[in-house]
Design a protein around this ligand. Structure first.
Ligand code: NDP
Ligand code: MG
Length: 392
């Protein structure tokens, strides 16, 4: 019987790659459900090709358009934000691959964890916001959480060389993004176009901006903290511009085990689907002889303030990570809309962390309240500053 896979966010960068991977894996893997937010034209093409029984369109404005595009096909359509949760908890679904962007994926991944599904997690924001809750629900209900993020897939693979108690530290690699080597002054006037020009990875716009600000790596520190049950003082970041060494684990005896590969998300996506097996796939194999050198450098905590903030946020606990994530999501939205400068993103996040009473519990309700508060706070600050500028 084929593994029945639901892809949440099949129209995105990870979602499209996941479909290519599953295509190549053959008859042992089947698509049972897909989801899109607004790109229903692509979703309709995917429905014709992969014939899922169920789909979700989370932005209700696009549902009528999808119905028209697929009215000759037998597919059940769930709608609105809850649609994602509906497909994640379907009895027929074995594996949920989470590839939507942002904390919007949290209710669905939580529902899947509560039903003990096998989770292949690309969508890191829910793990940042509610990692403790997600991991404990998955554990309690017999589910598994397998990482798709390339660094975490590397760590997961390296971890198989020893026990958790034998781990000395985790070393997360980072390409450094488009502004590697820049000073605070240099990044003050960068444009949206520059921030979106990632030197190695071709990804969706939000994570590309997060990579430029190093917020992506900041999130990955917290993601690793929950996925591998490691305190953050045992998690380090190392800049590695070539993005060949995807991350490393240092064991107590001094051995460092790394996973290497081409910078191609198809490999970690595939491993999360086929684990514990390894299957020949579509990723180009690494030819180390053709790579003249691999380089490493320390990250710059002064220019990229997201990094030290991640450690502070992790130590604060409570709803701090929910504020951290939501303030970033709202600020990146404003940056993508051309309303704020690049450096304002981290300033808005710091403002929210300072202003929020983070001494809350980490219950789902408190996390969602903190998330909503931070988004509103960012929008209000941006609106006020734009209004003030107009009055000048
Ligand atoms: P994209 O922007 O390319 O795709 C996002 C997907 O989510 C699309 O299917 C989009 O639908 C859907 N979506 C957007 N907004 C919502 C919403 N409010 N509710 C539900 N669905 C929504 O993102 P990526 O594929 O680049 O990234 C997806 C996730 O994977 C992110 O969390 C990212 O951090 C993580 N990740 C990505 C990597 C990459 O290489 N891209 C690497 C490692 C992690 P539509 O297009 O129809 O509007
Ligand atoms: Mg990553």
């Amino acid at each position: 019987m084929a593994k029945q896979i639901a892809i949440l966010g099949s129209t995105g960068s990870i979602g499209r790659n996941a479909l290519r991977v599953i295509d190549a894996l053959g008859p042992g893997y089947a698509i049972i459900a897909l989801s899109a937010h607004s790109n229903v034209k692509l979703l309709a093409e995917q429905i014709r090709r992969y014939k899922p029984k169920f789909v979700a369109v989370t932005n209700s404005d696009y549902v009528a358009q999808l119905r028209e595009l697929v009215d000759d096909l037998d597919v059940e359509i769930f709608t609105g934000p809850d649609g994602l949760t509906e497909i994640a908890k379907l009895e027929e679904v074995d594996v949920v691959l989470t590839a939507v962007v942002g904390a919007a994926g949290l209710p669905a991944v939580l529902a899947a964890a509560k039903r003990g599904k096998q989770l292949a997690v690309a969508n890191k924001e829910p793990l940042v916001v509610a990692g403790e809750l997600l991991v404990s629900e998955a554990k309690k209900n017999g589910g598994t959480i397998l990482p798709v993020d390339s660094e975490h897939s590397a760590i997961f693979q390296a971890m198989q060389s020893g026990t958790r108690d034998e781990v000395n530290k985790i070393i997360l690699t980072a390409s450094g993004g488009p502004f590697r080597g820049a000073t605070i002054e240099d990044i003050r006037n960068v444009t949206l176009e520059q921030a979106l020009a990632h030197p190695v990875w071709d990804m969706g716009p939000k994570i590309t901006v997060d990579s430029a600000s190093m917020m992506n790596k900041a999130f990955e520190i917290i993601e690793a903290r929950w996925l591998f049950d490691m305190p953050v003082d045992k998690i380090e970041v190392l800049i590695h511009p070539e993005s060949i060494v995807h991350s490393l684990v240092e064991f107590v005896d001094g051995s460092v085990i790394a996973q290497l590969g081409e910078p191609d998300m198809c490999l970690p996506i595939q491993y999360a689907l086929t684990y514990p097996q390894r299957i020949a796939g579509i990723t180009r194999h690494l030819r180390l002889g053709q790579i003249s050198k691999l380089t490493f450098e320390k990250p710059d905590f002064q220019t990229f303030r997201a990094l030290p903030l991640a450690y502070e946020v992790a130590r604060m606990g409570g709803a701090a990570a929910a504020v951290f994530n939501a303030a970033n999501e709202a600020a990146v939205e404003e940056f993508l809309a051309g309303k704020i400068e690049f450096v304002t993103i981290v300033e808005l996040i710091e403002h929210c962390l300072d202003k929020h009473d983070v001494n809350t519990s980490a219950s789902l309700e408190e996390l969602l309240d903190a998330d909503a508060w931070a988004r509103k706070e960012v929008r209000t600050k941006v609106y006020k500053s734009i209004s003030a500028q107009k009055n000048l």
